[in-house]
Write a protein that binds this ligand. Structure first.
Ligand SMILES: [Zn+2]
Length: 321
């Protein structure tokens, strides 16, 4: 037998085992609430559940999917629908749309599956309308709510769903996937640190060229540590002009200090660590982290951007010497 569609989801053994067993025993809830941080496989698992219950071969091979699984993957299956906020909220019109379809039998598949993404964004009207649906669950239907914020879902709704927690991926699991994605092995530790166990975030960072940015920030730091004050003004010219972009770069700068702090505590050189930072005491590294944090706060306010960054470099030289 081919592996189930859940086998494609990395690092969520707990949730995936429960779902796989429910499908096998035909013991599915009519409503699920998948919750946990962003980008760790909740929406993927929802799609996998839709595939598992509608698969024509139970299960078709991943490299040659059946027509049902192919349609679900392409978001064109008539019985599987993803609902996401229209603007800031999920609106009552969208919930009414679901209710209208619930009255009908599944068109092609075994079960109708509605996946409601960012379910915490249902406005009150929509949530109340949805509640009625949950109270009279139609057969042959599975509703999957997906949220990063369990607390923000109305208790009257969450209590009527089977909750399934998804956890941030452990480093090892994330590393395995990043290797599969073909990420440069040297860059993997940084990516794991920055994305905090979220593959979705790791993917976004890769698309945004984060690793190149990290190299750039490292170069700056090495220059400042080596050349001191004379490097400050030439670096000013290399800073982007958007506050948001500068804050992103400062996150990366801070990461260098954190990395060195951790490696000193652990007593061994860290991967990607700047050697010169090892000469700075843990106490001073903590101060450097505070300095960057404070600069980010200032930049998010209305302070002059260039000035704030220059002052930060100057203080940094002082602390690091
Ligand atoms: Zn299939």
């Amino acid at each position: 037998m081919n592996p189930s569609p859940f086998s494609q989801i990395a690092g969520q053994e707990h949730a995936v085992t429960i779902l796989g067993r429910a499908v096998r025993n035909n013991h599915l809830s009519h409503a699920y609430l998948f919750y946990g941080p962003e980008g760790i496989g909740k929406a993927l698992a929802a799609k996998a559940l839709a595939k598992a219950v509608n698969c024509e071969e139970r299960y078709c091979p991943a490299d040659s999917p059946c027509s049902s699984c192919r349609k679900i993957e392409a978001n064109i299956h008539p019985d599987v629908e993803e609902i996401r906020p229209a603007g800031n909220f999920i609106l009552i019109g969208q919930i009414r749309g679901i209710k209208g379809k619930l009255a009908l039998k599944p068109l092609g598949g075994e079960k109708r599956v509605f996946i409601i993404l960012e379910a915490e964004r249902m406005n009150t009207e929509a949530a109340n309308a949805f509640l009625v649906t949950l109270e009279e669950p139609p057969s042959e239907t599975i509703i999957i709510l997906v949220t990063r914020d369990y607390e923000a879902v109305l208790p009257t709704i969450s209590s009527r769903c089977q909750g399934l927690r998804f956890n941030p991926l452990p480093g090892k699991a994330q590393e395995k996937v990043l290797i599969q994605w073909g990420v440069d092995p040297e860059a993997i530790p940084s990516l794991i640190q920055l994305s905090g166990g979220s593959l979705g975030l790791a993917k976004q960072y890769l698309e945004e060229g984060l690793l190149e940015k990290e190299q750039m920030v490292k170069g700056w730091l090495e220059r400042i540590l080596k050349e001191g004050y004379s490097a400050v003004f030439s670096l000013s010219g290399e800073m982007p002009s958007s506050r948001e972009e500068v804050c992103d770069l400062l996150d990366l700068l801070e990461l260098n200090f954190r990395r060195s702090l951790i490696s000193q505590i652990e007593g061994k050189p860290g991967v990607n660590e700047i050697a010169r930072l090892r000469k700075i005491s843990p106490g001073k590294l903590e101060k450097l982290i505070e300095l960057v944090e404070e600069t980010k706060r200032l930049i998010k306010g209305s302070v002059n951007l260039q000035l704030a960054v220059e002052v930060m470099w100057l203080k940094l030289i002082e602390l690091a010497s």
